[in-house]
Design a protein around this ligand. Sequence first.
Ligand code: NAD
Ligand code: TDX
Length: 351
Amino acid sequence: MSKKILITGGAGFIGSHVVRLFVNKYPEYEIYNLDKLTYAGNLKNITDIEKAPNYHFIRTDIVDATALHTLFSIHQFDSVIHLAAESHVDRSITNPLEFVMTNVVGTVNLLNAAKECWKGNMDGKLFYHVSTDEVYGSLHDGSYFLENTPYDPQSPYSASKASSDHFVRAYYNTYKLPVVLSNCSNNYGPNQFPEKLIPLFINNIRNYKPLPVYGKGDNVRDWLYVTDHALAIDDVFHKGKTGETYNIGGFNEWTNLELIKVVCKAMDKKLGRPEGESENLIVYVTDRAGHDLRYAIDANKIMKELGWEPSLQFEEGIERTIEWYMNNQQWMDEVTSGDYAGYYAEMYGNK
Ligand code: NAD
Ligand code: TDX
């Protein structure tokens, strides 16, 4: 069956993998990638599919409600997969309002545009909101986040994502807008902007720059390879039950320090450096304000109900990730030119 799908944030890290999957796997669908192209959006992430006959790019800011209404009335999208967001916790600490604008106001604008366009006939329509495990807060025991774990966001980023999730559910309850949500753990893989831990450290190791570990490095994250997240999004989009939420994660927890050591070891091997050389670059820096201790997703619901499961072991995922960054130095050079140096100096000093 043919569909007209609006994917937001498709020039970003996860969005680019989702757009690629949908454009290639579903030639009968028309895919519209809407993106503002902020510092995190990069059309070079999707050059391989830009000429596909079922792919279209629209440069728009989701904060612009009028533009969204016009786009919905022209194209009559029947589904939305909403990934566009400000996504970096540290930036949310510096500039929370930008996160409110894009993540909260932008999401409500999209909900309104879909509601207006679909009023009178919601059959076959779907608003899929892509969210994060951070909305559930910080774990201090051995438990896991379930779909019904109460929300307890701790950073301006997670508060903005939690708020957007609440609006999506409110539109389901109040206006019967057909929605589905998923909340995923930390992603890693090709095309991730080097403000996030893994690409930042890969780039710094390559350039013999210090590896700034926040606090003692004992915070725990649950890591999932990005294409496994894209496949989960495909399953939730096609098989998820309207009104439901699905947690996505790899049952793959690492303390930051353990994970950094895996990356250092793999990089030493890849670069032909003596074992231990990269680990010597580790420096302990002031902890992130309000740093969440542990995230851990219970992904049993999506595994049992939709048949999804992670396909890659972590060590293999890290190998592939390093391989990609080593083979795409030009991508890294481009995204670290311009404003990146200023961001880096502000975050980490001139180390
Ligand atoms: P990213 O920062 O790499 O990409 C975000 C994209 O959104 C960029 O292309 C950017 O240009 C676009 N964008 C930002 N503001 C916009 C606006 N106002 N209008 C239109 N486009 C705008 O983010 P990501 O890591 O790919 O995350 C994608 C989504 O997945 C986000 O909603 C994030 O909350 C969620 N998520 C991310 C992770 C993770 O580990 N990265 C985990 C779980 C959920
Ligand atoms: O320089 C660093 N040093 C460091 O110790 C950076 C950038 C991070 N860290 C730590 C903080 C976290 O404990 O590493 C861990 C991972 O940090 P990030 O890559 O910034 O990710 P996190 O804060 O866990 O949030 C991520 O996962 C959930 C994504 O950025 C979010 O978009 C997603 O929703």
